[in-house]
Design a protein. Structure first.
Length: 224
């Protein structure tokens, strides 16, 4: 049973403005689905939404960026691609992609809030060099240097594996954590409805979303 958590104050979108979301991950982990669910949830809430995939093919193991603009009205969205410094929230399903120059360039100190899965992964480079290590600490420091206190990390992959038996749910957990931090301007009811409409592993995805909320909140309390 997941403990009840307070509903965060959702960010307001100014008249005529957009709330800009960048979702990062690797192909084959459902990152595109997170963008689709977010856009669908916004529409359920009566908002305008536009989504597109940027910076790479959604092939298994390849870097994927999803750009999503949310607005009070569809007429307020004139372009979907998020430009340099325009990101309001970064939902980081993969630390390497999230800390890359292409992603960091889309963020802005004081504006962008981020939640990033900092799970340490083993890449194909290990087969060629057994001493190869991804510089996880440096990547986290890069994001912290850019976003200061508005970036949070947690190992969503291990949490998903431990609690749900499959790390595939990690992106949904990061989404839940970002929502709990008050970075996503759509209601939980709309997100649940969008997950239901998507029709894939409905109960597990809803549980993953709520576990992400709990996981981030619990880790933050423990850290304090």
């Amino acid at each position: 049973m997941i403990p009840d958590l307070p509903t965060p104050v959702l960010p307001a979108i100014a008249k005529g403005a957009t709330h800009n979301v960048v979702i990062t991950g690797v192909g084959g982990t459902g990152v595109v689905t997170i963008g689709a669910i977010l856009a669908q949830a916004a529409q359920i809430d009566g908002m305008g939404a536009g989504m597109m995939e940027m910076a790479g093919l959604a092939q298994k193991g390849g870097a994927v960026h999803i750009h999503c603009r949310l607005a009070n009205s569809p007429d307020d969205i004139s372009a979907i691609r998020v430009a340099t410094g325009e990101t309001d929230v970064l939902i980081g399903g993969d630390l390497v992609v999230s800390a890359g120059a292409k992603t960091i360039g889309l963020t802005a100190a004081g504006r962008t809030g981020a939640v990033v899965n900092n799970h340490e992964i083993v890449t194909g480079d290990f087969t060629r060099n057994t001493e190869f290590r991804i510089p996880h600490d440096q990547l986290m420091l890069s994001l912290e240097a850019r976003l200061k206190e508005r970036v949070a990390f947690f190992d969503a992959s291990n949490l998903a594996r431990d609690m749900l038996g499959d790390s595939i749910y990690s992106n949904m957990m990061v989404f839940g954590a970002a929502w709990q931090m008050g970075y996503v301007p759509v209601t939980r009811d709309a997100i649940v409805a969008a997950i239901t409409l998507n029709g894939a592993k409905i109960d597990l995805n809803i549980r993953a979303f709520d576990l992400g909320r709990w996981g981030w909140d619990n880790l933050t309390k423990n850290a304090g």
